[in-house]
Design a protein around this ligand. Structure first.
Ligand SMILES: C[S@@+](CC[C@H](N)C(=O)[O-])C[C@H]1O[C@@H](n2cnc3c(N)ncnc32)[C@H](O)[C@@H]1O
Length: 223
């Protein structure tokens, strides 16, 4: 899907999102945001913020910027910001694959159910790395393709269908991380059906400790 189609699809979903996909994602999203290591004064970027369901969960002691491509989704997020009086939250319409944001400007970059919903995940991940400070955290909550061969075959089969409704199922975490400066600090499954992975990465850019990333993308890390 191209950017225009993604925008159209999500704007069309916007009014029902919270009652459908938004609801299905709720529990995992909550545990992901509540677990973020947010210190006072931190700048947090939420990529693909959608209708802003996570926004009330961020502590008021940080500053949050939420970006999204879809005006329809952002409209709902804006109403939520007003409803909860979230003065520490700002929203901007922006393509996550081409962010109008300075290098090294966020302590934490969060992307919930986004990496598989964007037309070009590589561009988006590279942008997340660019705007995140060296040593900052990049956190992805997503379904990543399963190592199990039977499940992987089913995922591949239904992926073209899922693309029409705005996401793909056949993307593996190793593929996302390949060639990047991201070091996996933790990875866990966060919902009862164990479908969603919560992956916290350290942004080891600018040549720091690249050699610490093992072939499987993991490393034990003393944060
Ligand atoms: C499945 S929704 C997830 C929304 C939200 N993060 C949540 O937890 O419910 C994916 C979101 O990514 C946004 N999106 C897709 N491609 C994008 C892009 N290139 N730039 C910014 N946002 C994008 C969509 O508009 C949509 O709001």
């Amino acid at each position: 899907m191209d950017l225009k189609k993604v925008e159209r699809v999500y704007t069309a979903y916007a009014s029902v999102y919270d009652h459908t996909f938004g609801k299905a994602f709720k529990q995992s999203r909550e545990s992901a945001v509540r677990g973020l290591p947010i210190k006072p004064g931190f700048r947090v970027l939420e990529v693909g913020v959608g209708t802003g369901e996570a926004l009330p969960l961020y502590p008021a002691h940080c500053n949050v910027l939420g970006i999204d491509l879809s005006d329809g989704m952002l409209g709902h997020a804006r109403r939520r910001v007003e409803q909860y009086q979230l003065s520490h939250v700002t929203l901007q319409r922006m393509d996550a694959g081409n962010m109008e944001l300075a290098d090294d400007s966020f302590d934490i970059v969060m992307a919930a159910y986004v990496v598989t919903a964007v037309p070009d995940y590589r561009k988006v991940v590279n942008e997340m790395i660019r705007v995140c400070k060296p040593g900052g955290r990049i956190v992805m909550l997503n379904h990543f393709s399963n190592g199990n061969k039977v499940i992987a075959a089913v995922e591949k089969l239904i992926s073209p269908l899922c693309k029409h409704i705005g996401f793909r199922t056949d993307l593996a975490l190793n593929t996302v991380l390949e060639g990047t400066s991201l070091l996996v600090a933790s990875k866990k499954k966060v919902n009862p059906l164990r479908f969603w992975h919560l992956v916290e990465c350290v942004n080891k850019k600018n040549g720091q400790e690249h050699e610490m990333v093992y072939a499987n993308g993991y490393a034990s890390l003393q944060a």
